[in-house]
Design a binder for this molecule. Structure first.
Ligand code: FES
Length: 110
């Protein structure tokens, strides 16, 4: 089963089933496992607070959405980052929460 690993949450791992009929975003998959993740606009692709650094498995994410491309072109997110509310995994990926997107009360460690 593919996995989302969060490198700086002590390697927390979420396993998920691929569902081609109803693809799930990284944010939806994390929330389904009660993992706290910043998402200020509610997952509408408007704020970038849900962004993550790709550590491994970039090829296992569906292509960037128009929203992500817009924010990359504007310099709001790096080409090595994705927005959790937009990125849809099709295989295993390892992510890291950027410093500015860390939530209070969550233990970030390696
Ligand atoms: S939650 Fe706002 S862009 Fe993803």
């Amino acid at each position: 089963m593919p996995k989302i690993s969060i490198s700086n949450q002590a390697g927390k791992v979420v396993s998920f089933k691929l569902n081609n009929e109803k693809p799930q975003t990284v944010l939806a998959l994390l929330q389904a496992e009660d993992i706290r993740w910043m998402h200020a606009c509610g997952g509408k692709g408007r704020c970038t607070t849900c962004r993550f650094n790709i550590v491994e498995g970039a090829e296992n994410l569906k292509p960037q959405t128009a929203e992500e491309q817009k924010f990359i072109e504007a310099g709001k997110i790096k080409p090595t980052q994705r927005m959790a509310c937009q990125a849809v995994p099709v295989g295993s990926v390892t992510v890291e929460v950027p410093e500015k997107c860390k939530l209070p009360g969550v233990n970030y460690s390696y």
